[in-house]
Design a protein around this ligand. Structure first.
Ligand code: ATP
Ligand code: MG
Length: 388
């Protein structure tokens, strides 16, 4: 057993000693069986939240309305979730209302893919109701039960399928893929944030191109922001070298560049954070100029964007060496207006009036320093400013 499970075994045993069932479930079981690092150990139990709270001294109500209580054990938190069903699905989304049940089988039935519907006892034995172990071995993503019904219940599962395909390097089973193709329009009912989270994880996965191919072949791409008319460019993007992409910034830079998308509007439409939006804007702007950048280009883009653009270029041009452009950035005389040996206050001390003209003068001085036409010393900068 995995060391992370090892530490949680006493929790399972304590729940059982109180007369209830408890299992490891979900992604942690799947990842442990695959020999992958596991993030969070999820525990499912027949005990209701109030009953869990009676068994353990220290608990936190992290998601009690969904049946989740966090059990604190020597400073480590374990999420224990009551077996539940999600019987009433509305608008093709998972419901907020859940029904607690006492049966593991009922709980496993509501899960999305067979490899995510495995449960493990504290002795390491596995409950495998849907042949998930065989699918795990075959590296196959198969919906639990009738795929049509499952994607109808919750359309996000279709994005989860292509995300897991990329993340795990699994293939989507034919009937499951056919059901995605048929139900792809239902994605329109899912919030952009949740779609974006799955899509970014697809982009960062080990088998990105396989995930993208299914995203394309099933027509899912038609129901996400900005991509409906980009089938051809998406296909080309899906042919880039399959080495994993290191960050969301590099991934979105490549997406915006390859699909010729307007960066600011796209990042907004995908509800991405402002700082990521700015970074990607700068990186995409720099990308086509990377072979012949001016110091001013590099300076305006900033270090983070230079690194992101260089990393992205390595996918567009295999063998691209990022070192020269990074060295050129490092060699800039200054890296920010804060580094300038002259500021607005200095100019005013020397008699210049505040206002837009002062700002323009400073900008010209800044550019001259960045491009090496002026050395960054107070005297020479002041002289140049007074000369204007
Ligand atoms: P990871 O943590 O790497 O994202 P995971 O499989 O643990 O993978 P979670 O989103 O953490 O994914 O969900 C935990 C478990 O809950 C899943 O393994 C699955 O059994 C179930 N699950 C999550 N989302 C859904 C869904 N939309 N429909 C059905 N079951 C789901
Ligand atoms: Mg998880």
């Amino acid at each position: 057993t995995h060391p992370d499970f090892q530490a949680a075994i006493p929790i399972l045993k304590q729940i059982e000693a109180a007369g209830y069932e408890a299992y490891f479930v979900g992604g942690s079981v799947r990842d442990a069986l695959l020999g992958l690092p596991i993030h969070d150990v999820d525990i499912a139990s027949s005990a209701y939240p109030e009953e869990i709270k009676q068994i353990f001294k220290k608990t936190v109500d992290t998601g009690i309305q969904h049946g989740t209580v966090m059990v604190l054990d020597h400073g480590v938190g374990y999420e224990v979730t009551t077996f539940r069903t999600e019987s009433t699905y509305q608008d093709f989304r998972r419901p907020d209302q859940v029904t607690f049940v006492r049966s593991l089988a009922e709980d496993l039935k509501r899960r999305d893919f067979t490899v995510n519907a495995l449960a493990a006892r504290h002795d390491g034995s596995v409950v495998d109701m849907f042949a998930g172990l065989a699918d795990l071995k075959a590296k196959r993503l198969r919906a639990v039960g009738d795929p049509q019904a499952r994607f109808h219940e919750d359309a996000l599962r279709m994005m989860r399928a292509v995300r897991f395909e990329s993340q795990l390097g699994f293939a989507v089973a034919p009937a499951t893929q056919a059901a995605i193709a048929e139900n792809a329009p239902l994605l329109a009912h899912i919030s952009v944030e949740r779609i974006a989270s799955e899509f970014t994880r697809l982009l960062l996965g080990q088998d990105r191109n396989a995930g993208l191919a299914t995203f394309l072949a099933t027509g899912l791409y038609r129901y996400v922001p900005q991509m409906a008319t980009k089938a051809k460019a998406l296909a080309a993007f899906g042919q880039l070298p399959d080495t994993p992409i290191a960050s969301a910034a590099v991934a979105w830079t490549l997406v915006c560049h390859c699909l010729a998308l307007p960066v600011a509007a796209t990042m907004k439409a995908w509800k991405q954070a402002n700082d990521l939006n700015h970074l990607v804007q700068n990186a995409v702007g720099l990308l086509p100029k990377l072979a012949a950048t001016t110091p001013w280009d590099l300076y305006l883009a900033g270090k983070a964007a230079v690194d992101v653009a260089a990393a992205a270029q390595a996918y567009l041009q295999p063998g691209f060496d990022p070192a020269p452009v990074q060295a050129a950035y490092a060699a800039l005389p200054i890296h920010s207006s804060r580094d300038l040996a002259l500021n607005g206050r200095d100019l005013m001390t020397h008699g210049m009036r505040p206002g837009p003209q002062l700002g323009q003068t400073l900008k010209r001085i800044e550019q001259a320093v960045v491009c090496g036409r002026l050395s960054n010393q107070m005297e020479s900068l002041l002289a140049a400013a007074m000369d204007e």
